[in-house]
Design a protein around this ligand. Sequence first.
Ligand SMILES: Nc1ncnc2c1ncn2[C@@H]1O[C@H](COP(=O)(O)OP(=O)(O)O)[C@@H](O)[C@H]1O
Ligand SMILES: N[C@@H](CCC(=O)OP(=O)(O)O)C(=O)O
Length: 412
Amino acid sequence: MELEIEKVATSQNTLDQEGSRSPATIIANGDSVDRPSWFGRCRRVVLKVGSAVLTGPRGLDRVMIHRLSDQVAELRQRGHEVVLVSSGAVASGMRKVGLKERPRTIPQKQATAAIGQTFLMHAWEEAFDKFDILTAQILLTNEDLAHRHRYLNARNTLETLLDWNIIPIINENDTVVVEEIKFGDNDQLSALIAGLVGADLVVNLTDTQGLYDCDPRFHRDANLIRVVRGFSPKLLACATPQPGSVGTGGMWSKVNAAKRCLASGIPMVIAPGREKDVLLRLFQGEVLGTLFLPKERLYHGKKVWLANLPKPAGDLVLDPGAVRALQKSGKSLLPIGIRQVRGSFGVGAPVRCLSEDGTLVGVGLTNYKASEIDKIKGHHSDDIETLIGYKHSDEVIHRNNFVLVDPPVNGM
Ligand SMILES: Nc1ncnc2c1ncn2[C@@H]1O[C@H](COP(=O)(O)OP(=O)(O)O)[C@@H](O)[C@H]1O
Ligand SMILES: N[C@@H](CCC(=O)OP(=O)(O)O)C(=O)O
């Protein structure tokens, strides 16, 4: 079976200076490829399973969990590494305490998730136990991954678990997060985890056949989109943010997750989780769901984190020339183009770069602290030492430590 994609090539996985793994599969030449070998080469896979797949009217669907774990065990036999992102804590907790509707208040949601999470983990643990496969629970918040050193710690833990052949099972730490610090939902979390571990593919299992050109609940004539090459904002218009009865974020969130994955050069497939043997069939090359293929990799290594996670510690307001240099020429930020410094931050802090009208241009890590940038702003780099007594570098932000917020993307 042939998949028509514009350009596909695989490279060996590489590690950057900090040990980040790069996804192996990048789109690169003009030939079509056969799906079985393409999927076969996706060694490291992040598998996200939605509440809509894992829970039914009577709560957690253990049969489904067994069916999925059987397939994951088979994929591992074939040499794939699997990192599982499992939703379902709130939905299964709800049934446990007899709630008919999703809890509305944050403390109720958190308490329900606490009840459901142990139940959920127990079910996965039991299902993988048949194959003598160990699992490990990882609960994360956005705050955890926003700090670079904690992000790297999470990566080291995941790498060690994979090295030990243990299946990491990740969920958002619902019992401590409030709306402001949430990932949003597990679709976003799975895309971030994929960037973190340098996954070769994300499989997102949900309760529809894939992405339709409009919401199939309201449009009977909706058409399933089979392959998407590169991201386009048009895709977001296809999907609504309204989830099913137990989900969070809906299809809109999955398309946003695909956007994140594609920017990091990682393909993603949205597939029907309840379809019999869906994972095995996908990896055998059957055309199922919607496959999103990257056209180019915008971010590598540290930039994957920079583009997705850090909490800015301050702002730099730039003159139009500096904005142009960053946006159009991919240059580093020099002090001469900085008009204003906001906030108090140290060396290495993530800061937002804004144009004078307040538009967000990008995010970068600074080479100087706020008080120093205040002294050197508007000056030539040759004057840095005279102004602050030393010179770390000519640039306030080096281009290797900067990402544009809305980089140009090629799509559909
Ligand atoms: N364009 C679309 N294509 C497919 N499904 C869509 C679309 N727009 C909205 N949806 C809805 O999104 C739902 C899946 O999202 P969600 O309920 O969050 O699932 P999950 O629990 O798997 O994360 C589907 O039930 C579907 O009805
Ligand atoms: N962390 C929540 C799931 C949040 C979520 O994203 O749900 P879903 O849209 O079903 O993937 C839970 O375990 O219930």
